[in-house]
Write a protein that binds this ligand. Sequence first.
Ligand code: TYC
Length: 102
Amino acid sequence: MSKGQTGIRPRTATRANTARPPLYKVILLNDDFTPREFVVQVLKAVFRMNATHAEQVMLTAHQKGVCVIAVYAKDIAETKAKEATELGKAQGYPLFFMTEKE
Ligand code: TYC
Protein backbone atom coordinates (compact mmCIF):
# COMPACT_ATOMS: atom_id res chain seq x y z
CA MET A 1 0.00 0.00 0.00
CA SER A 2 1.48 3.36 -0.98
CA LYS A 3 1.74 6.34 1.35
CA GLY A 4 -1.57 8.08 2.19
CA GLN A 5 -3.77 5.06 1.43
CA THR A 6 -5.70 3.41 4.20
CA GLY A 7 -6.79 0.26 2.40
CA ILE A 8 -10.29 0.90 3.72
CA ARG A 9 -12.95 0.76 1.03
CA PRO A 10 -16.08 2.93 1.28
CA ARG A 11 -19.31 1.05 1.85
CA THR A 12 -20.99 0.52 -1.50
CA ALA A 13 -23.72 -1.90 -0.53
CA THR A 14 -27.16 -0.62 -1.52
CA ARG A 15 -29.25 -3.14 0.42
CA ALA A 16 -31.21 -1.57 3.29
CA ASN A 17 -29.95 -2.47 6.72
CA THR A 18 -33.43 -2.89 8.16
CA ALA A 19 -35.42 -5.88 6.96
CA ARG A 20 -39.04 -4.89 6.45
CA PRO A 21 -41.74 -7.52 7.03
CA PRO A 22 -43.89 -8.30 3.98
CA LEU A 23 -47.18 -6.40 3.78
CA TYR A 24 -50.61 -7.88 3.18
CA LYS A 25 -53.57 -6.22 1.47
CA VAL A 26 -57.02 -6.47 2.98
CA ILE A 27 -59.55 -6.75 0.15
CA LEU A 28 -63.31 -6.19 0.38
CA LEU A 29 -65.47 -8.39 -1.85
CA ASN A 30 -68.88 -7.38 -3.15
CA ASP A 31 -71.99 -9.49 -2.58
CA ASP A 32 -75.67 -9.04 -3.41
CA PHE A 33 -77.06 -9.16 0.12
CA THR A 34 -75.14 -7.05 2.64
CA PRO A 35 -76.74 -3.60 2.99
CA ARG A 36 -74.51 -0.76 1.83
CA GLU A 37 -74.90 1.09 5.12
CA PHE A 38 -73.75 -1.97 7.06
CA VAL A 39 -70.60 -2.26 4.93
CA VAL A 40 -69.85 1.41 5.66
CA GLN A 41 -70.34 0.84 9.41
CA VAL A 42 -67.90 -2.10 9.40
CA LEU A 43 -65.28 -0.14 7.44
CA LYS A 44 -65.51 2.72 9.93
CA ALA A 45 -65.36 0.45 12.98
CA VAL A 46 -62.64 -2.00 11.98
CA PHE A 47 -60.51 0.05 9.60
CA ARG A 48 -60.95 3.44 11.31
CA MET A 49 -62.19 5.10 8.11
CA ASN A 50 -64.15 8.34 8.09
CA ALA A 51 -67.62 8.34 6.53
CA THR A 52 -66.48 9.73 3.16
CA HIS A 53 -63.66 7.22 2.70
CA ALA A 54 -65.81 4.29 3.86
CA GLU A 55 -68.55 5.25 1.39
CA GLN A 56 -66.00 5.47 -1.47
CA VAL A 57 -64.49 2.07 -0.63
CA MET A 58 -67.93 0.44 -0.33
CA LEU A 59 -69.01 1.91 -3.70
CA THR A 60 -65.81 0.75 -5.43
CA ALA A 61 -66.38 -2.83 -4.21
CA HIS A 62 -70.07 -2.59 -5.17
CA GLN A 63 -69.26 -1.42 -8.71
CA LYS A 64 -66.04 -3.31 -9.47
CA GLY A 65 -66.49 -6.42 -7.35
CA VAL A 66 -63.46 -5.83 -5.12
CA CYS A 67 -61.65 -2.98 -3.40
CA VAL A 68 -58.26 -2.94 -1.69
CA ILE A 69 -58.83 -1.35 1.71
CA ALA A 70 -55.36 -1.03 3.22
CA VAL A 71 -52.05 -2.82 3.75
CA TYR A 72 -50.75 -4.10 7.08
CA ALA A 73 -48.29 -6.58 8.53
CA LYS A 74 -49.59 -10.16 8.08
CA ASP A 75 -51.07 -10.74 11.52
CA ILE A 76 -52.82 -7.35 11.62
CA ALA A 77 -54.27 -7.81 8.12
CA GLU A 78 -55.56 -11.28 8.99
CA THR A 79 -57.02 -10.19 12.33
CA LYS A 80 -58.86 -7.21 10.81
CA ALA A 81 -60.18 -9.22 7.84
CA LYS A 82 -61.47 -11.91 10.21
CA GLU A 83 -63.00 -9.41 12.63
CA ALA A 84 -64.80 -7.53 9.81
CA THR A 85 -66.06 -10.76 8.21
CA GLU A 86 -67.35 -11.96 11.62
CA LEU A 87 -69.33 -8.73 12.11
CA GLY A 88 -71.23 -9.48 8.92
CA LYS A 89 -71.65 -13.15 9.77
CA ALA A 90 -73.11 -12.25 13.19
CA GLN A 91 -75.89 -10.40 11.32
CA GLY A 92 -76.39 -13.19 8.78
CA TYR A 93 -74.64 -11.35 5.93
CA PRO A 94 -72.13 -12.94 3.51
CA LEU A 95 -69.84 -9.91 3.72
CA PHE A 96 -66.26 -11.08 3.11
CA PHE A 97 -62.80 -9.62 3.56
CA MET A 98 -59.75 -11.49 2.28
CA THR A 99 -56.00 -10.92 2.59
CA GLU A 100 -53.32 -11.19 -0.07
CA LYS A 101 -49.56 -10.74 0.06
CA GLU A 102 -48.44 -7.54 -1.70
N1 TYC B 1 -73.81 -4.95 -3.26
C1 TYC B 1 -74.44 -4.69 -1.97
C2 TYC B 1 -75.85 -4.20 -2.17
O1 TYC B 1 -76.22 -3.84 -3.27
C3 TYC B 1 -73.66 -3.65 -1.15
C4 TYC B 1 -72.24 -4.08 -0.92
C5 TYC B 1 -71.21 -3.23 -1.30
C6 TYC B 1 -71.94 -5.31 -0.37
C7 TYC B 1 -69.87 -3.61 -1.10
C8 TYC B 1 -70.62 -5.71 -0.17
O2 TYC B 1 -68.31 -5.21 -0.35
C9 TYC B 1 -69.60 -4.84 -0.54
N2 TYC B 1 -76.64 -4.18 -1.11
